[in-house]
Design a protein around this ligand. Sequence first.
Ligand code: PLP
Length: 397
Amino acid sequence: MRPSQLTLDLAPLAGNKWALHGQARRRQRAGDEVLMLTIGEPDQPADPLLIAAAKTALDQGRTRYSNGQGEAGLLAALVARYQGRSPSPLSADNFICLPGTQTALYVALRAILEPGDEVLVGDPLYATYESVIVACGARPVLVPLNSEADFIFDAARAGAFITEKTKALLLNNPHNPTGAVLPRQALRALGELAKQHDLWIVADEVYEALIFDPEATPFASPWDWADLHDRSIIVSSISKSHAAPGFRSGWLLASRDFCRVALPLAEALLFGNQPFIADATAQVLNAADKAVSERMRADYARRARLVASLLHGRAGLEVFAPQAGLFLLVDVTATGLDGQGFARRLLDEQAVAVMPGASFGTRIDNWLRLSLTVSDAQLIEASARILAQAAKEWQHE
Ligand SMILES: Cc1ncc(COP(=O)(O)O)c(C=O)c1O
């Protein structure tokens, strides 16, 4: 029996991206000590309020079926969370609750794309974006983002890639893997482009709570402008903001018309997420205490500065300073190796696992992505080993 072509088309997109990470994990399981700077899972414990609220909700028997849109308490908390930003009044009907940004992204794209449509997405890009676009029968069109231009998704550049098949802009703001945040004017220019060519804007804002560069605030979202509401879909979750990716608790925010037509799709996929998780999510969204995300912002800002101070300008390495998120990019061009080659030798010779830039599109093949989700001490040790490896390669040049 043969699976669908669409399913088969996904295999090469997932494929090798995580090969090095997998190899490092196998070495760890075999007893080797490997410093893991690969995946981006916050190292801080999940928000204690979230855990307590989930336990209470479980004890209260909140384990029955929900509905396709979301629990009333969570929908109300989402209205309150986004109302301050919205130029027009929001209601529960502007939201659909889904398990994580990833599923929300799938529902958003599945609801707007026809087979053969094209989606413009910045390159470098988050590892699952190509898959989720292809899973919706469409084609990702990669718009180059340049380090010299701070990896900003530029409207004029994007405009050159528009064809009659272009249906949507997929924005990731703040951005993984670069940690760049879109300035307000750049976002507005993208909004104008979308209006001019009648495009949807899908904005993944999962790192919004992790902006640590004061220059990158206040954060700008397509939802800030009423004239973009009919074409914008915002997706996010508590995975990063509350250090709780395993809760799988996310949502989409869009026009009421969009949510109404997308609801049957969300129901076909899932038929409602878990009431006890919805209750716990509502509690943390409503809480005045934002200590968990404050602590994360402080940790990641400090660690990004720390690693930059240890690596930037040494042995030919160049660090791109992130404004947000969990990662930091290092350019290894001067070592004479590409990111893949450097990462492989780093694992083999220094027992440090990092992600090669090639796992995130076509633009950062000569870069490494380091996750900042380990302790400062581990980052100092990892940086010393990266430097040692770079110095070794550099001398060979
Ligand atoms: C850019 C981006 N979008 C989405 C996700 C997935 O988020 P969630 O856990 O909410 O599905 C991640 C996870 O790393 C991410 O980096």
